[in-house]
Write a protein that binds this ligand. Sequence first.
Ligand code: CO
Length: 216
Amino acid sequence: MKRIEEIFQTNKEWIQEKLAIDSNYFENLSKGQTPEFLYIGCSDSRVTAEELMGLQPGEAFIHRNIANLVNNVDLNVMSVLEYAVKYLKVNHIIVCGHYNCGGIKAAMEAKDLGILNPWLRNVRDVYRLHKEELGAITDEQTRYNRLVELNVQEQCVNIIKTAVVQQAYHDREITVHGWVFDMYTGRLVNLEIDFPKILAGIEEIYNLYGDSSLTS
Ligand code: CO
């Protein structure tokens, strides 16, 4: 119980720290949220969203799950996306994967993981989509890292497949970003995904509004 008591003690100290800087801090915080960012990341305890981005309460709407997946039948992530884009009107959607991701690793192995099977099947499907590129990588660590990156890429594409994001592209400035947190160095890496290039040839399949381009 000691660790739990410590958490409540730390909370008291945090309140005092915030109030020392701004006596209206919590009053203002409770008025509402207008976050600029939607962050979708892995649940991994080492990949702390706000801390690694240097953001304060109110600045990012956060969704985390194992292997940072954006599955189109997952009501949880789809609700987060809908709310963040349609109502909070975030300007940036970030999918942040990380090297050394246990979820990605598990999906690369011949292992029955029970209820995790259907979830991680999404990662196996990413592997299948990029089998040629991944199969050509002989070094296992390099292949593992690359799958982490390609998984981020595919989840970004999944975001662009949704109606709410396609509508937002028409109405205002909104950008999808694919990042990886490199926990070996602490560095946040922008994958600088070329969406027009990736979407070329598949846009007509996923376009819900019959336009020529999904991203502009
Ligand atoms: Co992970």
